[in-house]
Design a protein around this ligand. Structure first.
Ligand code: ADP
Length: 467
């Protein structure tokens, strides 16, 4: 990571610097070339005027054009040749071609076309412009060839390029050092987070991560801390669950052991006592079986692994069937059950699981009710949800226990729950089933007056986890 960040900073710095330096240099050089070219062209035009005005082509003796031509040759550090239209050299600032013929292809081209020929290509040290000499009567009388040097410009550019390169290297070194610093800083922050995470993964869940070097590492640390706290909470609840399970499973076994031991310890135990003790042992076995069954239901309904068998179910019929089964139980304590169905409801639910959830609520309403009490079960629906309400006239739940009754193994009154065959898992199972259906459960209770559970479940089941 350090290398990547460093390389990224370097590339991001070097490439633009080189491009900018190069393009500036090229622009500067082209500008110099153009200025030089324009200057020479203007001067050449002036000389053509002098040549024309002094009749230099016909008579070179005493013409002031001679001085002008030499002055321009000095200025451009080059050579100027003037030819007439027959290609005879009339003037040569190098003095070695006078009177001879000039048979350069470009000069012939210039004379033929009567147009300027530019054979300056900028990059070379020596360049040439050939211009036709046209007099005031618009007659072509010859041509002037100006060979000029760009050597001084090229030297200046080379000098500027060397200096710019040195400056660029300095800037790159500074940026490189800065890049290295940033890379080291970022990677050391990430390393700090990594070593904290390694420590946590070795089991130190309570270790606090705090790397606030950057906003991102600070946020990452906070997210990891939140994650660790929820893992810690899960771990605590797992341990508590395991210890509760062991305790609950051990209780009936301890009772059975005590009963069996006391039978073994006595000699010639009367038959009635045997029978009584065996009945108690059988009751404990039933209890153990119920706990195990409830535990299995709960585990099977673990939200992550559970599978729902969704079908279109008539909820009115489902509740009537449940009440038919539970009415005899209520009748034993003279508890009246009333069903209020406000409308026919058909919904997509898992029939077995929903039956279990609702019968837990109705069974509780019977178990935690007074003799001659009442239970009102109502079913209603709107366009999106159906609502089942189970209200009873029972013992109620103290305010401070309301939030806990859905926890596994939680019982307000252990003795009463045990007496009525409760395992403390019923409401946990109910809540899991309702959550699996993407529903909600609410509870309202007043001690000694009664309890009302309200369940809300969508009419259409959606597999979408966000639903
Ligand atoms: P249990 O098997 O003990 O009934 P539940 O999980 O079904 O376990 O209920 C947890 C506790 O909530 C019960 O022990 C009881 O104290 C309380 N409870 C549940 N339903 C009612 C109710 N309708 N009226 C009063 N208390 C209730």
């Amino acid at each position: 990571m350090r290398t990547v960040v460093f390389a990224a900073v370097l590339v991001a710095a070097i490439v633009p610097i080189l491009i900018i330096l190069y393009s500036q240099l090229v622009m500067y050089r082209n500008n110099l070339y153009k200025t030089r070219f324009d200057n020479i062209r203007t001067n050449t035009d002036m000389i053509i005027n002098v040549i024309n005005s002094t009749g230099f082509i016909n008579n070179q003796e005493g013409s002031s054009a001679h001085e002008e031509i030499n002055a321009l040759a000095d200025y451009c550090n080059g050579r100027i040749v003037v030819v007439d239209k027959n290609l005879t050299i009339l003037e040569d600032t190098y003095n070695n071609g006078l009177g001879k013929s000039c048979i350069s292809a470009e000069v012939i081209k210039c004379l033929k076309s009567a147009k300027e020929v530019d054979i300056s290509n900028g990059k070379k040290d020596v360049n040439e412009i050939i211009m036709p000499i046209i007099n005031t009567d618009r007659e072509l009388s010859g041509a002037i060839i100006v060979a000029y040097s760009n050597g001084d410009i090229n030297e200046t550019i080379a000098f500027v390029a060397r200096n710019s390169l040195a400056l660029g290297v300095c800037i790159i070194v500074v940026i490189g050092m800065f890049g290295l610093f940033v890379a080291v800083k970022i990677s050391s922050s990430v390393n700090k987070v990594e070593s904290s995470v390694n420590e946590i993964s070795q089991g130190y869940l309570d270790k606090e991560i705090s790397v606030d070097d950057f906003m991102e590492t600070d946020r990452l640390s906070q997210s990891l801390n939140t994650m660790c706290s929820s893992i810690q909470r899960l771990e605590n609840s797992r341990q508590e669950f395991v210890s509760n399970v062991s305790h609950e499973l051990k209780t009936p076994i301890t009772s059975m052991k005590v009963l069996a031991d006391s039978l073994i310890a006595q000699e010639e135990v009367p038959n009635e006592l045997y029978k009584e003790f065996m009945q108690d042992i059988a009751a404990e076995i039933d209890r153990e079986t119920k706990i195990i069954n409830d535990l299995l239901s709960l585990v099977r309904m673990d939200k992550s692994s559970a599978q729902l068998n969704i079908e279109q179910i008539n909820i009115n019929e489902l509740i009537e069937m449940l009440l038919k089964r539970l009415r005899p139980l209520a009748a034993q304590r003279n508890i009246e059950i009333v069903l209020e169905s406000f409308r026919p409801v058909v919904a997509e639910v898992d029939e077995t699981k929903l039956s279990l959830a609702l019968s837990n609520l109705i069974e509780n309403a019977i178990k935690y009710n007074y003799e001659d009490g009442w239970i009102r079960v109502s079913l209603n629906a709107d366009h999106k949800y159906f609502y089942v309400r189970v209200a009873d006239s029972g013992v109620g739940i103290p305010q401070d226990c309301i939030d806990s009754v859905f926890e596994r193994f939680y019982r307000v009154d252990k003795a009463r729950s045990r007496e009525t065959g409760g395992t403390g898992l019923g409401l946990a199972i109910t809540r899991n089933v309702i959550l699996m259906h993407k529903g909600a459960i609410k509870l309202h209770s007043k001690e000694k007056e009664g309890t009302t559970f309200t369940v809300r479940i969508p009419l259409t089941y959606s597999n979408n986890p966000k639903a």
